[in-house]
Write a new protein. Sequence first.
Length: 136
Amino acid sequence: MEIRHYAAVMYRGGDGYGVVFPDIPGCTTHGDSIHDAAMHADDALTGHIALMVRDGDPLPDPTPLDRLAEVMLDPEPGEPEVTRFLVRVEIPARWIRINLSMAENLVTQIDQAAKRIGMTRSGFLAEGARRMMAGQ
């Protein structure tokens, strides 16, 4: 799985702290405290990236850490910058639909086994494939 680190910029506002991601327009979050805002940044970035992958949108490259100081933002008046930090995100794999052929009774058994453990057919088959490739 691919891991990226995107720059986040935190601002102090009238009702708490806001976080924006200069490389990911539209990805923002908020918290009542610095700690809350930083913790929410992880969820905001993860969710935003997942939607971009799902929709087939291209992911921008993260700004390198040594160029982070060059990132210029236009904050709202009266909202001073608090800090800049990196947020780690796992880039999810893009899912594709495939067409498989197998014996009807095997499909029935797969569906029953998947249901017993709370999985979908696709999830069950993907997990089985992962285990076979790992030699389990």
